[in-house]
Design a protein around this ligand. Structure first.
Ligand SMILES: Cc1cc2nc3c(=O)[nH]c(=O)nc-3n(C[C@H](O)[C@H](O)[C@H](O)COP(=O)(O)O)c2cc1C
Length: 218
């Protein structure tokens, strides 16, 4: 028997509070504004406030998944992953990508569109060194995005990496594991408001240091 459709979904809606967002709230630099909003999300105790959806596309259908933001600075947004994974392969074919930060309890989202590039080896090495040993071994053991025969396959791979590095103090970074820096072209800040009259402010890159700012209809 197929499950009953969830009829409650259509009725699930809530009224957004009147927080509001005006141009002067954000200032002239979207990275600085992002850092402020991210701090708000962390201060509000949001679960994994640095989790973001990354969308990539190298063909007719885009693909999306969550990753963790590990650095945000002047250059843009950095996350770490397996470069041979689906996302890695799609970014190699087409570096254009989109990021989404869904901060529901604050009635906020941030959307980023930009271009991804693999970070320098030294940057990836430094972050890899900071990870717990288990995560380092996992990066060696998991052929991310490949179809596998079962859990045992992965357990065996992990055990074999565990043994291989048992006498090694510093686990080296796998060649297929690195960071992607997403350099933004646009950054949109969304704040929910009553009556679905939400605020949307979108920065567009003019040059290295200058951004335009436009208001979009909700
Ligand atoms: C909250 C959350 C955080 C995640 N963070 C990462 C991450 O930082 N890096 C990563 O490779 N996968 C991360 N994942 C797993 C990815 O969503 C995804 O399953 C994996 O990267 C394979 O994606 P792909 O096959 O599209 O390349 C995370 C998943 C969740 C739910």
């Amino acid at each position: 028997m197929p499950p009953e459709p969830d009829r409650d979904l259509a009725a699930m809606r809530r009224e957004y509070e009147d927080r509001g967002l005006v141009e002067s709230d954000l200032g002239a630099d979207p990275i600085i504004a992002f850092v402020r909003w991210h701090r708000d999300a962390a201060a509000a105790g949001l679960h994994e406030a640095n989790a973001m959806v990354v969308s990539t596309c190298d063909g007719p259908v885009p693909s999306s998944r969550m990753v963790l933001l590990k650095t945000v600075d002047r250059r843009g947004f950095v996350f770490y992953t397996n470069t041979l994974s689906r996302k890695g392969r799609e970014l190699a074919a087409n570096p254009a990508c989109a990021l989404l930060f869904p901060w529901h309890p604050l009635e906020r989202q941030v959307r980023v569109e930009g271009t991804a590039e693999v970070v320098a080896d030294e940057e990836a090495d430094a972050y890899f060194r900071s990870r717990p040993r288990g995560a380092q071994l996992g990066a060696w053991a998991s052929p991310q995005s490949e179809v596998v025969t079962g859990r045992q396959f992965l357990a065996d791979r992990y055990a074999s990496e565990f043994d291989r590095f048992s006498d090694v103090e510093v686990v080296p970074r796998p060649p297929h594991w690195s960071g992607y820096l997403v350099r933004p072209h646009t950054v949109e800040f969304w704040q929910g408001r009553p009556g679905r009259m939400h605020d949307r402010l979108r920065f567009g890159r003019v040059d290295e240091t200058t951004w335009s700012l436009e208001r979009l209809a909700p």
